[in-house]
Design a binder for this molecule. Structure first.
Ligand code: MSP
Length: 528
């Protein structure tokens, strides 16, 4: 793998981030961290989507400029991602000067090539969706199905993009590349939507929407959100219509573009069409994740159940985001909807991270100190030809083999499924400890046997720390530290015996990597 470029949707800045936005950034950060264990050239882009009528209206209502509103809210997203250890390479804002200049050039090129034309139009416009809707998409009462608001009849002379010109090419691409849309069960949905697509309006009259990027050579029109927003994936890399940057040439096409299922149409129809019109290759995968509900209900301001990601950390007094990251990432199988609930959160992270994984390391290191003064002896290592405790070598090999299993899940963006595999190694290793009872072996003075059980577990813990690292980077680093294991190692370089013989640890250096989340700390009122 020579490079890996991945992106998230860029969030609207008309509010603060909630755990739905966080879910996507966590999934993408986990992918980024995993793929950085497989290549040195990983690039992770996220950011905020800042233009449009909604921002203009919200800012006006608050008596501030749109830019002031964007600065304020964009910072909230940055702060939240910092608290969640989202380790992006660039945070693009669609108000960034470099982005705006390239969007203008992209627009101009599309006009020059005849892919964008001017046309007088009357349609049903939903300001919530910021797009025109077809009559057949409305509810029985004539409302927008997402915003339950009556769309306005808007009549304007706008620029239009010839989406219809690319319909057949996109259908062909989807059919020939069954893994272009992930999960594949969503491809049919997109093929159905492609049936009745029309050319799309890509500009607005300046008299209606001032908060947007001007069309070059036509200051009466501003570029409408989707062409501005979607282009961020290439403008961030320095795509220039005449002279693309080295970075762009190295990283494009994206390896995966992570988005929510609600914006799949824009990413699997509009975006490929724009790229085809620019003569650029299409992203390798569009991964549409499901939606996060709260206690099985849709998150909404009116229900008062919108939860900010940092408030979960505060409510549970967590100084690191690992548990929350782990919980969110494992909340749903690939592409399916997930749910957040306080009780489920506590139960899962206590069971997986504290009781199974953390405890296993802690008990094993404590026994190493108790029975061997923290020293791993040469004769403790199990090999293919010699083992004193039956099954030790086989278990180590099985754990090592799981690296490929986990990688394979990641190749298909199955993040929750990969985590399940990791926990299954933890469970198998816990069973190995129970079955071989090193405390009994020590009592019976079978010290080599006892040492072999402990060393086998510690070697496996190195593999586990590497595999859990994308989900729980702080816990993994702490585990690795206590094991003297190099957490920056590439997955391909990990072997069955990562523990070095000699003194590994002292009593004082041993500490739990994750403390149980205390049920009394969960105060719902703090989270709102
Ligand atoms: N600005 C557009 C995206 C442009 S990408 C070129 C947008 N913004 S958004 O703020 O409404 O949503 C950003 C992302 O968050 C989307 O991928 C969306 O699916 C995701 N989510 C918003 N609410 C969500 C949940 N409740 N659950 C999971 N993801 C959710 O769309």
């Amino acid at each position: 793998m020579d490079k890996f470029y991945l992106t998230t949707a860029i969030d609207y800045v008309n509010g603060a981030p909630h755990i739905g936005h966080a879910y996507e950034k966590i999934l993408t950060d986990i992918l980024a961290r995993h793929f950085s264990q497989r290549t040195d050239n990983m690039y992770f882009l996220t950011g905020t989507d800042e233009h449009g009528i909604k921002i203009q209206k919200t800012a006006a209502a608050r008596g501030i400029t749109p830019k002031e509103l964007c600065d304020e809210n964009s910072q909230k997203f940055k702060d939240a991602w910092k608290a969640l250890d989202i380790n992006y390479n660039r945070f693009i804002r669609t108000t960034d000067e470099d982005h705006k200049a390239i969007v203008q050039k992209i627009f101009k090129k599309l006009v020059e090539n005849g892919d964008i034309y001017k046309h007088s139009y009357q349609g049903l416009y939903c300001s919530g969706c910021e797009c025109f809707l077809n009559e057949k998409d409305l509810t029985e009462d004539g409302l927008c199905p997402d915003h339950l608001k009556k769309p306005e009849i808007v009549s304007e002379e706008n620029y239009f993009f010839k989406l219809t010109k690319y319909k057949d090419a996109i259908i062909k691409h989807i059919k020939e590349n069954p893994d272009f849309i992930v999960p594949s069960f969503r491809a049919n949905e997109v093929l159905n939507q492609l049936e009745d697509i029309q050319d799309i309006s890509v500009s607005r009259a300046k008299s209606n929407v001032q908060w947007g990027i001007d069309v070059l050579d036509d200051p009466e029109q501003s570029i409408y959100v989707w062409i501005d927003a979607l282009s961020n994936y290439i403008t961030a890399l320095g795509y220039d219509t005449e002279n693309p940057s080295e970075m762009f040439k190295k990283l494009w096409p994206a390896d995966v573009q992570v988005i929510g299922k609600d914006i799949l149409k824009f990413h699997s129809i509009y975006w490929p069409a724009i790229l085809l019109a620019l003569g650029l290759p299409l992203p390798k995968h569009i991964y549409a994740h499901g939606w996060i509900t709260i206690d099985e209900s849709k998150m909404s301001k009116s229900l008062g159940n919108v939860i900010s990601p940092t408030s979960v950390l505060e409510a549970f007094k967590l100084d690191k985001p690992d548990a929350f990251r782990y919980y969110m990432a494992t909340s749903a199988p690939c592409g399916k909807d997930g749910n957040y609930s306080d009780d489920d959160f506590k139960e899962k992270v206590n069971a997986h991270l504290a009781n199974s994984m953390g405890n296993l390391l802690n008990r094993t290191l404590s026994m190493l100190v108790k029975y061997f003064d923290g020293e791993v002896k040469e004769e403790f290592f199990a090999t293919a030809d010699s083992e004193v405790v039956k099954g030790s070598y086989a278990l180590s090999k099985e754990a090592l083999g799981k690296i490929k299993v986990v990688e394979n899940h990641f190749n298909h963006f199955e993040i929750a499924e990969a985590a399940q595999e990791i926990i299954s190694i933890v469970d198998a290793t816990n069973k190995y400890v129970t079955d071989n009872a090193p405390w009994t072996l020590a009592k019976e003075e079978k010290m080599v046997e006892c040492g072999q059980v402990l060393t086998t577990v510690l070697n496996i813990m190195c593999i586990i720390s590497a595999l859990i690292y994308p989900y729980c980077p702080n816990i993994a680093a702490d585990m690795a530290k206590q094991l003297s294991f190099d957490i920056t190692k590439k997955l391909d370089d990990i072997t069955v015996n990562e523990i070095k013989s000699g003194k590994l640890i002292t009593k004082e250096e041993i500490h739990p990597v994750f403390l149980r989340v205390d049920s009394e700390l969960a105060d719902k009122s703090v989270k709102k």
